[in-house]
Design a protein around this ligand. Structure first.
Ligand code: GLA
Length: 380
């Protein structure tokens, strides 16, 4: 059954009649990991895997939700005290509350939703969910008066204030601003962004999902961010965006060894994103790939957000002659993103599936990436 059919049938059977369909996408990120909350650069794009919601205002002050994938219904009011206990419903409650806090309108609605963004794979299913509802609320109750940047911030604040994840802006930004066939270079300090049409002739982007789940709530993610903020404070800069390796090395004796390596990774990653942009401009795919491997090394050895399974996936990619490979997203499980030439592709897929399965007892999942539009009314 298609996602659309699943969602519209669920809406009709729970609420009767039909609503309006909205979609928002998960994301990939070519390079620039853990740089967003450091005021650095990222290079994401929205993908063809979405959260799809059928929504209709109900003329009350209650929100009634049905999650098709979890097969659970939850209702809540729109006051702070009405926060639901179910984590999945808090993403939507948070979006409502953050919209209201910014002075915009939210009224009661009924909604059924489902998704095909794999959960816990580092593809930002939560940002897709937040962006889908933020976009819909803007369209249904605010005549689209909320600027798109603010929609992304509404999702980000939802993570901070209702879900316990002190995330940066990348995921929600990609989910809201994503454009078909384009990656975006986003400066997370100024929010300036540029679309890069992506033509990887002879290459493809492939995600290999370890199916090892990470849990960012109450997690080491927030501790990584804390380390970066500690170092920025020691160096006397607003964020690590303003720091250099020279500054870091000069202050080495005032910084714990752990924080030193976290900050070193972030400072170097900032330059790698710009290096990738330059290399793409010259069609220098080999350099893009080399920088991706360097990012993985940094994420694994210095920033310490990889795990055995992900390191193994990258090792297999290297052995197979994959051009670039690295862990993608927050870390602690999830996917690697791989830049693979068409000629290497069949052997890589066969090898990575069989070797990973032999070692860990389950096959990784493979997703070919299609760069697509972000949040929208769904009219397909
Ligand atoms: C998660 C967060 C993002 C970003 C990435 C790492 O996806 O939600 O804000 O920090 O991790 O790059």
């Amino acid at each position: 059954m298609t996602l659309k059919k699943k969602v519209t049938e669920a809406f009709t059977s729970h609420f009767g009649g039909e609503g309006t369909l909205y979609a928002s996408a998960g994301r990939i990120n070519l390079i620039g990991e853990h740089t967003d909350y450091n005021g650095g650069f990222v290079f994401p794009g929205a993908i063809d895997k979405v959260i799809l919601a059928d929504i209709r205002p109900n003329g009350t002050d209650k929100v009634n939700l049905f999650s098709v994938d979890i097969d659970e219904a939850v209702s809540f009011g729109l006051e702070e005290a009405d926060m639901p206990s179910q984590q999945w419903a808090r993403y939507i409650f948070g979006v409502c509350r953050e919209t209201i806090k910014r002075g915009f309108k939210v009224e009661g609605f009924d909604a059924a939703f489902a998704g095909d963004v794999p959960l816990g794979a580092g593809l930002s299913s939560s940002a897709a969910l937040e962006s889908c509802f933020a976009f819909a609320i803007n369209d249904l109750f605010n005549s689209n008066a909320i600027p798109k940047f603010e929609l992304a911030r509404i999702g980000q604040s939802t993570e901070h204030n209702y879900c316990g994840v002190n995330c940066g802006i990348m995921d929600q930004f990609a989910s809201i601003f994503g454009k078909k066939d384009c990656l975006m270079r986003l400066d997370c300090r100024s929010l300036e962004h540029e679309y890069f049409p992506i033509h990887l002739d002879g290459y493809r982007l492939v995600l290999v999902d370890s199916v090892v789940k990470h849990e960012l709530v109450d997690s080491p993610y927030n501790r990584r961010r804390q380390s970066c903020e500690n170092v920025a404070a020691t160096l006397g800069v607003a964020t690590l965006r303003d720091a250099t390796l020279e500054m870091l090395n000069a202050a080495k004796d005032k910084i714990s060894a752990e924080d030193y390596f976290r900050a070193k990774y972030v400072i170097e990653e900032k330059d790698r994103v710009l290096g990738v942009c330059d290399a793409l401009g010259r069609d220098d795919i080999a350099t893009v790939g080399r920088l991706m491997y360097e990012t993985h090394e940094g994420l694994s050895k210095e920033f310490d957000v990889s795990c055995e399974e992900l390191d193994y996936l990258v090792e297999i990619a290297r052995e197979c002659g994959v051009t670039g490979s690295r862990i993608m997203g927050g870390g602690f499980g999830g996917c690697t993103i791989n830049l693979v030439s068409d000629s290497v592709y069949p052997r890589f897929i066969e090898t990575v599936v069989s070797k990973f399965k032999a070692r860990y007892g389950h096959a990784p999942r493979i997703y070919d990436v299609v760069i697509s539009d972000g949040a929208r009314r769904y009219e397909e």
